[in-house]
Design a protein around this ligand. Structure first.
Ligand SMILES: [Zn+2]
Length: 272
């Protein structure tokens, strides 16, 4: 869909707009805030450029655009919603952050050469393209060489990080399956984990749990694999298939059999 339609007089000004404005100059810092340009090329009333503080109101008022459309035109220099950024892994469109400073990124737009729709897809992609992520390789080396105590601490902080992503009662997914031909993979995710060519899951491999149950389950599985020395950042080599299914079956049965209160007690116990 076109953002600025051919019938809109502003359609004629887009080349000029893109020549004049970009990420480096469409805003400037004033104290702790940013000021954003309302460029003459996009104004409905043919007025001059001016800079604004509270962006969404003026962008609607003077340009009749949403923040996302404004970002597309000013920063991405696109006029077609089909050209919006897609996940490097699954090729689905990425959600707009709702903020001009972040654009389509979860953190800062400056870091946006790595855009993924969710954390799981970032992880899958990195796993397959370690050459592009030297710092991740280093992290994995540290992980696999670490003393057990350090592994436990990392597993614990990973659990708490996921718990803090939302409410304990949110419904999220636990999954386990094969990843390409050499790996087994388990994990938890907020987006339904079925849609890619690398991860093979049956219906029984995707389970919906509350966040607290899913996080505890993942932690307990990780703990087992750490004890056995076969954990590799939530990827397990295919030769451990039997033990992988045995351990995950047992812990899924355990999680299915305990109440929410027991889950919370267990999490508190782990953190104490
Ligand atoms: Zn994705």
């Amino acid at each position: 869909m076109k953002i600025i339609k051919e019938i809109d007089f502003r359609f004629q000004n887009l080349d000029k707009l893109w020549e004049r404005w970009n990420w480096d100059n469409f805003r400037y810092r004033l104290g702790r805030e940013f000021r954003y340009v309302i460029p003459s090329e996009l104004r409905l009333d043919n007025g001059e450029d001016f800079f604004i503080g509270k962006s969404s109101y003026y962008i609607k008022e003077y340009l009749n655009l949403t923040l996302q459309e404004y970002f597309d035109l000013m920063v991405l220099h696109i006029n077609d919603t089909e050209e919006r950024p897609k996940c490097k892994y699954c090729n689905e469109f990425i959600e707009f952050s709702g903020e001009l400073a972040r654009g389509y990124s979860r953190h800062k737009w400056e870091d946006s050469n790595n855009l993924f729709c969710c954390m799981s897809h970032r992880q899958y992609y990195i796993h397959q393209h370690l050459d592009e992520y030297p710092s991740e390789v280093r992290r994995r080396e540290i992980w696999t060489q670490a003393v057990p105590l350090n592994d436990l601490r990392q597993a614990k902080s990973a659990m708490n990080r996921e718990l803090n992503h939302g409410e304990y009662t949110d419904l999220i997914y636990f999954y386990r399956g094969t990843f390409d031909k050499d790996w087994l993979k388990y994990g938890i995710t907020e987006c339904y984990p079925g849609r890619n060519n690398h991860l093979h899951l049956t219906n029984d491999d995707v389970l919906q749990y509350t966040r607290s149950k899913a996080c505890l389950l993942e932690y307990l599985i990780k703990l087992k694999f750490i004890e056995l020395g076969i954990e590799d950042h939530e990827f397990i080599r295919i030769e451990h298939k039997d033990i992988f299914y045995k351990i995950t079956d047992e812990l899924i049965a355990y999680i299915n059999g305990i109440t929410s209160d027991q889950v919370i007690n267990k999490i508190n116990e782990i953190n104490s």
